[in-house]
Design a protein around this ligand. Structure first.
Ligand code: SF4
Length: 294
């Protein structure tokens, strides 16, 4: 059985739409979004062009590789810089938990979108034409792509629909919107708990991240899927004992704080909790039913 991958990695030429499509896709799939060009700029406290001007285009590629190798996230859309596929280690790293999608725009479309080729912060040789760059990088994008989606003559919505259609046939397993909502709520509660109890400021520690990922796996196997009430009202309780205890402790601590910190999420969770939990008969015969605690 193929390994489930939880991230979507967008690659492609500058102007192919990685950042804009990434945001739209993140909204459609209720995932988080990361733009690695922004990570590089935050890491270096310089724009991409300033890095090239001061240290050269190869330095930018090395910095990019380091930033990509540090990415450790799940359930994210990651828009990479156009030069990401020059690094084999970085692409291998991203591909371990990510489906790699090549946003393919043809040369005339790209030329019509890029008007600042020389100052855009592209990691290219100083003498390299746009055509040369396109030819060189197209080979690399095709090499690493799990999925290729054409973007030249498509609207953003059409590109997103195409991606979602192709993801259905890939080892990527997105949560449905109801399950995603539950997952986001659990994650927010774990973060509140972790920041307070494990002295983490704006991140979740490794141990708590394990619980977050465990809860995601449980949701993926949830026999009730879209019909589920909140896990707290479930008649099955598919969590194994130690994880169940951890999650109860966290809910007790973070639950009362949610209304203040995440009022919309708290209200939606309250509405979800009012749903009558389905009984065992509701999922009898469902091939995805897994009642054993794992
Ligand atoms: S089976 Fe119950 S506890 Fe497990 S994910 Fe579904 S609703 Fe939550």
């Amino acid at each position: 059985m193929p390994q489930k991958k939880t991230n979507i990695i967008l690659i492609g030429m500058p102007g192919s739409g990685k950042s804009t499509i990434g945001v739209v896709l993140a909204k459609s799939l209720a995932m988080e979004f990361t733009d690695t060009d922004i990570l590089i700029q935050m890491d270096q406290q310089k724009t991409l062009q300033e890095i090239i001007d001061g240290q050269g285009h190869m330095a930018l590629r090395r910095i990019e590789e380091n930033v990509l190798l540090k990415i450790n996230c799940r359930n994210h859309i990651v828009a990479t810089g156009g030069s990401a596929p020059y690094s084999h280690p970085a692409m291998n790293h991203l591909g371990r938990d990510g489906i790699i999608i090549f946003l393919h725009a043809d040369l005339p479309a790209l030329k019509s979108r890029i008007h600042n080729y020389e100052t855009r912060g592209l990691a290219k040789r100083p003498d390299q034409s746009f055509q040369d760059l396109f030819d060189e990088r197209s080979i690399l994008y095709k090499k690493y792509a799990d999925i290729t989606v054409k973007t030249s003559s498509h609207t953003q919505d059409q590109v997103c629909d195409d991606i979602i259609l192709q993801l259905d046939q890939s080892p990527f397993i997105p949560l449905t919107s109801r399950l995603q909502r539950e997952f986001n709520t659990i994650k927010a509660m774990v973060k509140l708990y972790c920041n307070e109890h494990h002295e983490t400021e704006d991140i979740i520690c490794n141990e708590c991240s394990e619980l977050v990922e465990y809860s995601r796996d449980r949701l993926l196997c949830c026999p009730f899927q879209e019909k589920k009430s909140t896990c707290g009202k479930c008649v099955v309780h598919c969590y194994k004992k130690d994880m169940q205890k951890k999650v109860i402790d966290i809910m007790r601590y973070a639950g009362p704080k949610m209304a203040l910190k995440h009022p919309l999420m708290a209200m939606q969770h309250f509405i979800d909790s009012r749903k009558k939990p389905p009984g065992l008969s509701a999922h009898a015969g469902n091939s995805r039913t897994k009642l054993n605690s794992k």
